[in-house]
Design a protein around this ligand. Structure first.
Ligand code: ADP
Ligand code: MG
Length: 459
């Protein structure tokens, strides 16, 4: 009974304080920090309040305690001190008070990382040794900064298909196993930007949307952002990311970034982010040399029943020297071929299976070729595809061309923007995403894209 009275009193006091603060702070500040606060308990002197996360609780303690005490004083409330703790902490306290049955209370955490992308499955060679060693060290000591050695942020860069995403997931898998208490988030820059903009769009109907977005990232223990070259400058995204970065960094949380190029080569990056990206450790991943390519094939064959002779392995390693994703694709083709034809995998079979592949790489597809193929397909002149006209048909063809170039060529968005008459890279990103969304639900568009792709390959 006494406890209930305390809980009610705590709520009453908290409501009075929040109401007063709402009158003297900006709406944005109030919505972000004060509104989500809930009362926990009151012992006649101290008022204990909960915040949505550890991060929020820390911020409130550091920046808002004085304001609370001032308001308490003005309202002449019987409170001597305030204490902010996170909901999670509060939950722990509650569960100690009323122990739940283990089955009910126990929620198994799901591993969000790709299970085959582990350190064990990652072949080390001179092309990636530094990156792997650093990734290991970061996984073992997230947030390490002892004054001499800072691995925060850890920035990995290298061309497409060279194993950046695999390495990030390897760190994630390691932490999931060894440090399950940590909140580790992997997100691509594209996804981060979508979440950010959709949180802003939802703001009118859901005042918590932006705050939830911000806290999700600013309050984690390890944040991995893949392909940061896609962090767009428009719409305040880089500014928000700057604040998230600072919050994490100041709290000793680990930040891990990947990109297809070093920070200084990302054109569209705010200077203050560029400098921050260079604060910790930067390593690159190179094209793997022949030896490593052999080892990668062997690794991929581990545990498989397929019989692939040594000369085939050497043949593949020799032929496919572009990147590891293609090497995997080529190996898969050989395996499929032998399975479908029931032929034994001989060197000739491998050559046969790779015919397509060698053709692709010999006959380079470039943006001109894509644009002219799209032009033929839609019966619209190339000049209109890259031009400014806004008819529905032309816009559609243009977006398809943009999508194909984004997908088939490894070009920076800015460059693609230039190809399309100096359009902004966000416009390019918009077209790319729009078509990929349409493809997800619309069979007709999917077929269009496939048709254009196959006619490109026959040219
Ligand atoms: P990126 O993110 O750099 O474009 P990914 O991490 O997606 O490249 O790698 C492409 C493919 O190559 C993945 O299937 C990955 O498992 C494989 N791969 C890349 N590097 C290695 C490596 N060192 N050892 C084994 N597999 C690798
Ligand atoms: Mg990747």
């Amino acid at each position: 009974m006494a406890q209930n009275t305390n809980v009610n009193k705590a709520e009453e006091l908290t409501n009075q304080i929040k109401l007063r603060i709402s009158a003297i702070t900006s709406t944005a500040e109030y919505m972000l920090w004060i509104y989500p606060i809930k009362s926990l308990c009151y012992d006649g002197k101290q008022l204990c309040l909960t915040a949505t996360s550890d991060h929020a609780a820390n911020t409130l303690t550091a920046n808002y305690t004085d304001l609370f005490l001032k308001v308490i004083d003005e309202l002449d409330l019987p409170v001597e001190s305030v204490l902010f703790i996170s909901e999670k902490e509060a939950e722990k306290i509650r569960s100690i008070e009323q122990p739940k049955s283990p089955v009910e209370g126990f929620v198994e955490k799901k591993n969000p990382f790709v299970s085959k992308y582990t350190f064990d499955n990652y072949v080390v060679g001179s092309s990636n040794r530094m990156a792997v060693v650093t990734a290991h060290t970061v996984a073992e000591n997230p947030g390490l900064n002892d004054g001499l050695l800072s691995l925060n942020p850890f920035y990995i860069y290298g061309g497409v298909g060279l194993g950046k995403t695999h390495l990030l997931h390897a760190i994630g898998n390691y932490l999931f196993e060894h440090r399950p208490e940590l909140n580790v988030i992997y997100v691509s820059a594209d996804r981060l930007s979508n979440e950010y903009f959709s949180s802003l769009n939802k703001y009118n109907s859901d005042k918590d949307s932006y705050r939830n977005f911000y806290h999700k990232y600013a309050a984690c223990d390890v944040l991995m952002v893949d392909d940061v070259q896609f962090l767009q400058k428009k719409g305040g995204l880089q500014e928000v990311f700057f604040h998230i970065f600072n919050d994490l960094y100041q709290n000793g949380k680990q930040i891990i970034l990947s990109s297809d190029r070093p920070p200084k080569e990302i054109n569209d990056l705010e200077e203050r982010l560029r400098t921050r990206f260079l604060w910790g450790m930067t390593t690159d991943i190179d094209l793997p040399e022949y030896e490593t390519r052999i080892n990668i094939i062997m690794k991929k064959l581990e545990g498989s029943s397929a019989k692939i002779s040594q000369d085939i392995i050497c043949y593949l390693a020799e032929k496919v020297n572009t990147n590891i994703r293609e090497l995997e694709g080529a190996l898969l083709k050989v395996l499929m071929y032998t399975q479908l034809t029931h032929k034994e995998a001989t060197l000739d079979v491998a050559k046969e299976a790779l015919k397509e592949h060698t053709k692709d790489t010999v006959e380079q597809i470039d943006s001109d070729k894509i644009i002219s193929t799209v032009s033929e397909y839609f019966h619209i002149p190339s000049s209109d595809i890259i031009g400014k006209k806004k008819n529905k048909e032309i816009v559609e063809a243009r977006m398809v061309a943009v999508y194909l170039i984004c997908e088939m060529l490894n070009l920076p968005l800015v460059t693609i923007g230039q190809i399309f008459g100096g359009r902004d890279h966000t416009t390019i990103m918009y077209s790319r995403d729009k078509i990929s969304n349409i493809i997800a639900t619309d069979k007709e568009m999917k077929t269009t894209i496939e048709d254009i792709k196959s006619s490109l390959k026959c040219r």
